[in-house]
Design a protein around this ligand. Sequence first.
Ligand code: SAM
Length: 331
Amino acid sequence: MSQLIDPFNRQITYLRVSVTDHCNYRCHYCRDEDHQTHTRRSEVLSFEETAKIVRLFAELGVTKVRLTGGEPLLRKDILDLTKMLGQIPGLTDIPLSTNAHLLPGTASQLKEHGINRLNISLDTLDPQRHKDITRGGDLSTVIKGIDKAIEVGMSPIKLNMVVMKGINEDELEAMVEFAIGRGLDIRFIETMPIGLAGIESVDRHYSEAQILSRIQKQYGNKLVTKTPKQTDGPAKALLIKGTNTHIATISAVSNHFCGACNRVRLTAKGDLILCLGQEDSVSLRDAIRSTMTDNEIKDLIRDAITKKPEKHVFSSVIDNISNRQMVELGG
Ligand code: SAM
């Protein structure tokens, strides 16, 4: 049982770790057009520092750590970190989120280092749209990356599609067929108003209800509701009968799933973020670079968890989250 229990009786068992705030893509809902990453190397946690913080969380009961970014595969020697994390007692699950651009050259080694579960961002199957949405990405490389991950036996692989009205909402069914064809899961994500880029995407919001009605129309009696596993997170899953594909939606705006929130986030600079939709944070980098003992840092983490808000406030206090960038928060 986790020792990290917040005032709303939620046990924190999941830490999302952003290993870099650099990204090779500039998705327009994630990052402002003119946003630059100027983070100095010394500001970013070293792998030893990251592994130490993760170990302290694991000692407090965290069992799942997701590596994210920015683009985590841009971090040189990321495999050294996965190896260190793999040795931490108590961690049972270390998935990774990626845009798949660098997967063709890294999937085999990631698999050898114990990374089995991947979430891959893929918003479209149209090469020009992909280039536009990501501001310069290359769909054929991404698909090669997905196929390489399948070939080396990574599983489950979940595709994450951010659905946007007038941009890619017409591809919902095609994306499901793509997932079915490759035996992958797919999750449809509502745009979240985080940072200026996210706030500007509000007009393109396409709701969970609209998504589900389309899926229902297309797959109707082939859909089976699936009992969520702990690894499913906030997504509600439907299995398409006769396939290995689960469909889920992440509807942070239409629905609060905050009641079941079990996660906190660590940025590349070592800030502990208690809620995606609020601005509170605590610098764990300052703590581990100080003379504090492990026990004192664990007390700091416990204390931070007592400040985790009951729910995010995406819909009402937009100013509160306007100066955050999703690319820095890790999604
Ligand atoms: N580079 C990796 C990737 O592409 O998955 C990890 C980082 S990315 C910030 C993590 C996730 O956040 C992606 O699935 C992305 O689509 C999602 N994301 C970013 N901005 C978002 C927004 N405004 N609303 C909803 N999802 C967003």
